[in-house]
Design a protein around this ligand. Structure first.
Ligand code: HEC
Length: 181
């Protein structure tokens, strides 16, 4: 072995052993919730706060154009948008269930049962992941608009989020819904 080889062998050994010392057991995140409970408890209420931050409200006293105005308003909208983004990550956990045992996911005849939702997700996993990623990029756009304090962009991004919700529901929750969209 020439000197360079010995040197690099030593360096590699040092690197490998320092890696080994720093090896941390990979974290496995087990789903703490079902798709349904994430929808009901995290995604829906938090995105409603974001959507409702822009509204035109007609009352007897006149028209109120509701907008985030102060820094505190914008911060609050951002907290809710981030909660949706963080919640959406749970949707990607491998063994997440559609719903708790006995929970009803089909209050309308076109809506699938939890077992059928899971079957559809398992057989179209790549589509499902893509739907989650579409939601996440719409949320990133929402957060960028919030950071820029840009009401028009926030409204636009809110519409894109809405489409991302609808596209996943149409494929995985009520694929048999044949009403014109
Ligand atoms: C990647 C797929 C996916 C995306 C994206 C998604 N959802 Fe869902 N959602 C589901 C599935 C599957 C169900 C059906 C299971 C169930 O009943 O909860 C559902 C159900 C729901 C329900 C009904 C919960 C119940 O049973 O009472 C609400 C409300 C909801 N979603 C809101 C939203 C909103 C708002 C968004 C967008 C911000 C969204 N979802 C985005 C997959 C998704």
């Amino acid at each position: 072995m020439n000197k360079t080889l010995i040197f690099s062998a030593v360096i590699t050994g040092v690197l490998l052993s320092s890696c080994a010392q720093n090896t941390v057991k990979p974290v496995t995140v087990k789903p703490a919730a079902t798709i349904q409970s994430i929808m009901v408890s995290v995604i829906d209420p938090n995105i409603d706060f974001v959507w409702n931050s822009i509204a035109t409200i007609n009352t007897a006293q006149g028209t109120e154009e509701r907008r985030p105005k102060t820094d505190k308003d914008w911060n609050e909208v951002k907290q809710h948008a981030l909660a949706v983004l963080e919640g959406s990550k749970q949707l990607l956990l491998e063994d997440i269930k559609a719903a708790a045992p006995n929970a009803n996911t089909s209050s309308h005849p076109v809506e699938l049962s939890a077992a059928d939702i899971e079957k559809t997700i398992n057989s179209h996993r790549a589509d499902y992941v893509q739907r989650v990623e579409n939601l996440q990029s719409a949320l990133q756009q929402t957060i960028a608009a919030i950071d820029a304090k840009n009401v028009d962009e926030l409204e636009k991004a809110g519409g894109i989020v809405d489409q991302a919700c609808e596209q996943c529901h149409a494929q995985f929750w009520y694929p048999n819904d044949k009403r014109p969209k």
